[in-house]
Design a binder for this molecule. Sequence first.
Ligand code: MG
Length: 191
Amino acid sequence: MKIGFDIDDTLINLREYAFHLYNRKLQKKVPREEFLKLDRLEIHEPFGMDDQEGKQMWLDSREEIYYTDCPPFPGAVELLQELAEEGHEIYYITARPAEHGERTKDWMRKKGFPIRDSRFFYGMKDEEKIHTIKELDLDYYVDDKPKVLDTLSDIPARLFLKDQTYNRHIRHVSRITDWSEFREIIDDHLL
Ligand SMILES: [Mg+2]
């Protein structure tokens, strides 16, 4: 099967990693509970920043956020390795800007994700992902962003939402909280 994944906050815990990074950089101790209360993607509010300041903080920190030690979600690397070994085609479709594409690919490889160059897509705006997902004719696609899932409602791929505090209002898409659940979904499909 052809299985596609978004990267940030779907396969890797990027926002939470950035949240801890902000605490370190700003010498603050904003508790994790504040992170878990966020109902939007942006993480700057608990640090007292407005949207403009928050955007700048993200851009200034992006190097560290992207390329240091952001952890994959538990089981994600192992699951994708298994699926690749079983012969499934694993695709990555990320909105990370084009100038970060190749480095992101290398970083993901170092983390152990199974990657083929021809199955790694980057530099795609949320609304552009749909074209790639359609063209690839994916069987499954997993993302965390409500906006992306909204654009995909009429494609044949089975869609899954990686559970996050900011997407809990979405009811019409199946949800994955833990990656072991996705293993079960694929296994059920193959029965
Ligand atoms: Mg994402």
